[in-house]
Design a protein. Structure first.
Length: 388
């Protein structure tokens, strides 16, 4: 069977890599500010918690057989299924290469409460969480932070894949919707950023304080770049694990805020690689003593993964993390992997964590086989908060 040439959880031996910040364009801003939607004045912005109201969800149509091999069609089927489920609750906009847009429209054309709108913007892969804009909001205002996607810092390595179109997509997309673009003072991806919407950010050291993204920058320097760009007061750092997957251990497969002061933590299931168990254990130790930006201790709920011997997907790169779910207006879109007990347990834990929302589980074996999940494949455009 043909397999993807470069997947998100490939074991890596890194070589020379990242572009320096000086190569990323014009002078980087020192603070996240934007004109309100009305056009009058300015407002300080913050990255909202994902369960705040959305205007729409963005997704991207998988483009390259050189990345996905003979699985490309099946991966597109998974993307269409996820888009359909999200469209039951809010509008979906699918980025697609102009020559692939007709196929995307056909595959995503099933009826639902909201149509899936396909917009012709060139892309390379489906991971729009990472290469798309990370939105920030304030009273009457919204802007998009371009986090300078550089292909997870894999340029010059054996595992590099094309990313030039993906790197440009955030700016093009923001232009299409008339949203101000803010260029971040750091290199990163949306999957490396998890916030409670009240000034606290969860992040892994391995994915941001890394020479393949931010060469020469200390942890403190990266933190000082994150805070103004995202409206953050405090960063809770967990070590993560560099060099063992293409993302260097993104936080969105590990720990997520369900509400201010409340965190869901991924607990690897039976058969998981011991290195990921160690990551979970160290993260748990840190979260148990951490406080957020408002001084609250965190209430941590564990979300156990499935038994690797009972899931449909196979292979070391298969991402069997329920924690890579996505919240939409009125629902939580979560994976299911074929371990009936674990799938059911995840459903109950997520339902308890998000009362009043419907939990919808979707089979994503082909996406997960590439090392990603539903959260990796989506990006929310938040609603503009009202002016007080």
């Amino acid at each position: 069977m043909d397999t993807p040439r470069a997947t998100r959880r490939r074991l890596l031996q890194f070589g020379a890599a990242a572009l320096p910040l000086a190569a990323l364009g014009p002078v980087l801003p020192s603070a996240a500010q934007a004109a309100p939607a009305s056009g009058a004045g300015t407002a300080a912005l913050r990255m909202p918690e994902e369960s705040e109201p959305h205007v729409r969800t963005y997704m991207a149509w998988p483009a390259l057989s050189s990345v996905w091999g003979t699985k490309l069609d099946a991966v597109r089927g998974d993307i269409a299924d996820v888009a359909y489920e999200i469209s039951r609750f809010e509008p979906v906009v699918m980025l697609a290469r102009p020559g692939q847009a007709a196929d995307a429209r056909y595959r995503c054309g099933r009826g639902a409460r909201h149509a899936v709108d396909v917009i012709e913007i060139p892309n390379d892969d489906l991971w729009i969480r990472d290469f798309g804009p990370t939105f920030v909001v304030g009273p009457g205002a919204v802007a998009g932070v371009d986090t300078n996607f550089n292909g997870w810092g894999k340029t010059g390595t054996t595992y590099a894949q094309p990313f030039a179109n993906d790197a440009a997509a955030a700016g093009i997309l923001l232009g299409e919707y008339g949203v101000r673009r803010i260029q971040a003072g750091f290199v990163g991806e949306g999957g490396s950023l998890e916030t409670d919407g009240e000034g606290t950010l969860l992040a892994t050291v391995s994915s941001l304080v890394n020479a393949n993204r931010n060469p020469g920058m200390s942890q403190d320097q990266v933190e000082q770049a994150l805070k103004p760009a995202l409206g953050i007061d405090k960063v809770i750092w967990v070590p993560g694990l560099a060099g063992q997957d293409i993302t260097d251990c993104h936080i969105d497969c590990l720990a997520r805020f369900t509400a201010p002061g409340r965190v869901i933590l991924d607990k690897p299931g039976a058969g998981a690689d011991p290195k990921w168990v160690a990551v979970y254990e160290e993260t748990r130790r840190i979260l148990d003593t951490a406080t957020d930006a408002r001084g609250r201790r965190l209430a941590v709920t564990e979300l156990p993964g499935p038994d690797r011997s009972r899931i449909r997907g196979k292979g070391a790169e298969f991402l069997s993390s329920y924690t890579n779910y996505y919240t939409v207006n009125g629902a939580v879109i979560a994976p299911q992997f074929g371990d009936g007990y674990a799938d059911g347990l995840a459903y109950g834990i997520l339902q308890a964590a998000y009362p009043g929302r419907q939990v919808v589980q979707v089979g994503i074996d082909n996406i997960a086989g590439g090392g990603g999940g539903i959260h990796c494949a989506t990006q929310s455009h938040p609603a503009v908060p009202p002016v007080a």
